[in-house]
Write a protein that binds this ligand. Structure first.
Ligand SMILES: [Zn+2]
Length: 197
């Protein structure tokens, strides 16, 4: 499946942010996979083992972060067509760190350059805590912020910035706004202070 709204709520935001950030650097990317069903993971695992083709996954259901809605894969478009030229993926991968994403291209074994995931999750812990992905997804419902009325659109000099409506006010991600305005942004975690200069 390739719908962004099937991902963990935090990852939906980060996925859209990666698309925007890549675009701002001149790269057009599409999302080729988000949440992976049991059938999809079983089919992938069979490839290169009991079915023809090259091995594409090391893990069985539900041991992939895709099965938990915690990962997505991208493809880079060049003149409207998908390219697998790794030089583009190597340019996009390092953008992930600023968004708080883990890039599969930075892994030491089974390097996976089109792959991005939400850091801080361990599949053994997920299985122990939730048993199955369906139960984990149920826990996402609590993530919705009270008073959140949905996404909004902010246009700054023709550039669209993602925003949201909370209790009648429009909130825009300050980093995206600062970048659009050409300002330098720094953040001090100790004092939770954002400085624009
Ligand atoms: Zn992946």
């Amino acid at each position: 499946m390739r719908e962004i709204n099937l991902l963990h709520p935090d990852l939906q935001t980060k996925c859209n942010r990666l698309i925007d950030l890549a675009k701002s650097k001149g790269h057009n990317i599409i999302i080729t996979q988000t949440l992976r069903s049991k059938q999809e993971q079983d089919d992938m695992y069979a490839q290169g083992r009991t079915k023809p083709g090259k091995i594409v996954t090391e893990v069985k259901y539900p041991r992939s972060m895709h099965c938990w809605g915690l990962a997505f894969d991208i493809a880079v478009l060049l003149n409207g067509l998908v390219t697998w030229d790794t030089k583009f993926y190597d340019q996009i991968g390092p953008l992930a760190a600023a968004i708080g994403l883990e890039w599969g291209g930075s892994w030491k074994s089974f390097v996976d350059k089109p792959h991005y995931q939400l850091p801080g999750y361990d599949v053994d812990d997920l299985i122990k805590k939730y048993g199955a992905p369906e139960k984990f997804m149920k826990s996402w419902e609590g993530i919705n912020v009270p008073g959140f009325e949905g996404p909004a659109k902010v246009i700054f000099k023709g550039k669209e910035l993602s925003a949201g409506l909370l209790e009648g006010r429009t909130y825009v991600e300050i980093r995206a706004l600062a970048e659009a305005m050409g300002l330098k942004i720094s953040y001090d975690n100790a004092t939770k202070t954002v400085t624009l200069s």
